[in-house]
Ligand binder design. Structure first.
Ligand code: ADP
Ligand code: MG
Length: 267
C-alpha cells in the first residue's frame, strides 16, 4: 500500500479494526497477520479462493471462532477502541453488537415470521417497548416488509430461500448491530433473490458497517466499497495479499496474484 493511500485510509473513521490476527486449528495455522480496517457505514468484501480462511477470519470478528473446539487465536479486534477479546468483555455482548448472517438461511422454520424477527431480542433479554414498530422497521430495512406484512403470523418455513435470508437479516437488525457480518449470504440463492439482497445491503450501509464474504466477483464490484483479497499459498497460511478501494482492487491491482484472481485465472 502506498503512503498516500495509507494516509487516506487512516483519516477515515474505523468501525472495526483487526491487529495481527493469527489463527490455528490444532497445530495447523490457517491465518497469518491479518490487519484490516472496516470504515463506518461502508461495505467491505472479502474475496479469495476456497479454503484461504475467509470464513475463519469473519468468525473472529464476533467471537464465534472460539466456539470451535481446537480453534486458537492471537491478535486483537478493535471495536469502539476496545479489544473484543479483552478479559472483561462478554462474548455474548459482542455477538449482539456484531451480527452475522450465514450462507444458508437459518430461520426457525416453525416459528412465525414476526416471532422470528423478534426472537433475537428475547434471547438477548432486551425489553421490548414497541414490538410492532421494531418489527416493521427491521423488516423494512431488510427489504421484506411489503412481501410479508399481511402474513406476519405465518410460519417462516413458508417463505422462499431469498425471503428467508432477508428474514435472517431482519432478525439481526432488531439488535441494532454496529457491524453486520455476512458469509456468502447469496450463494444458495437464485439470481433474482441475490439482486434483492444486494439492494438491501446497499441500503443497510447507511446504518451499519458490513463485512461480506463473496465468491462472486461481480457481486463484490456491485456492493462493496473496499475489498480484501485473501490467499493461502504453499507453505503460507491464509493472509491478505491486497486491500483497498474495490475499484482499485478490480481495475488497478498492485499485485499480479490479485489481478489473476479477479480475472478468474485461478481459484
Ligand atoms: N473447524 C475446523 N477445524 C479444522 N480446520 C478447519 C475448520 N474450519 C476451517 N478449517 C480449515 O481452515 C482453512 C480455512 O477454511 P475457511 O475459513 O472455511 O476457508 P474459506 O471460507 O476461505 O473457504 C481450511 O484449510 C479449512 O480446512
Ligand atoms: Mg467460507
Amino acid at each position: 500500500m502506498g503512503s498516500e493511500e495509507l494516509e487516506f485510509v487512516a483519516n477515515l473513521d474505523n468501525a472495526m479494526e483487526t491487529k495481527d490476527i493469527n489463527v490455528w486449528f490444532g497445530e495447523r495455522q490457517v491465518l497469518a497477520n491479518v490487519n484490516l480496517e472496516f470504515q463506518t457505514n461502508t461495505v467491505t468484501a472479502l474475496i479469495g479462493p476456497s479454503g484461504c480462511g475467509k470464513s475463519t477470519f469473519i468468525r473472529t470478528l464476533n467471537r464465534m471462532h472460539e466456539l470451535i473446539p481446537s480453534a486458537k487465536l492471537a491478535g486483537r479486534v478493535m471495536l469502539d477502541d476496545e479489544d473484543i477479546y479483552a478479559a472483561h468483555v462478554d462474548p455474548v455482548d459482542i455477538r449482539l453488537k456484531v451480527g452475522m448472517v450465514f450462507q444458508k438461511p437459518n430461520p426457525f422454520p416453525s416459528m412465525s415470521i414476526g416471532d422470528n424477527v423478534l426472537a433475537g431480542l428475547k434471547l438477548a433479554k432486551r425489553k421490548v417497548e414497541d414490538a410492532d414498530f421494531i418489527l416493521e422497521d427491521s423488516l423494512r430495512k431488510a427489504g421484506l416488509w411489503d412481501e410479508v406484512k399481511d402474513r406476519l403470523k405465518t410460519s417462516a418455513g413458508s417463505l422462499s430461500g431469498g425471503q428467508q435470508q432477508r428474514l435472517c437479516i431482519a432478525r439481526s437488525l432488531v439488535l441494532k448491530p454496529q457491524v453486520l457480518l455476512m458469509d456468502e449470504p447469496c450463494s444458495a440463492l437464485d439470481p433474482g433473490s441475490t439482486r434483492r439482497i444486494e439492494e438491501t445491503i446497499k441500503e443497510l450501509r447507511e446504518s451499519v458497517t458490513i463485512v461480506i464474504v463473496t465468491h462472486n466477483m461481480q457481486q463484490a464490484l456491485r456492493v462493496s466499497d473496499y475489498t480484501a483479497f485473501f490467499l493461502s499459498e504453499e507453505g503460507h497460511p491464509g493472509h491478505v495479499v491486497e486491500y483497498g478501494l474495490t475499484n482499485d482492487i478490480f481495475h488497478e491491482p498492485k499485485d499480479q496474484r490479485t489481478d489473476d484472481y479477479v480475472h478468474g485465472r485461478f481459484g
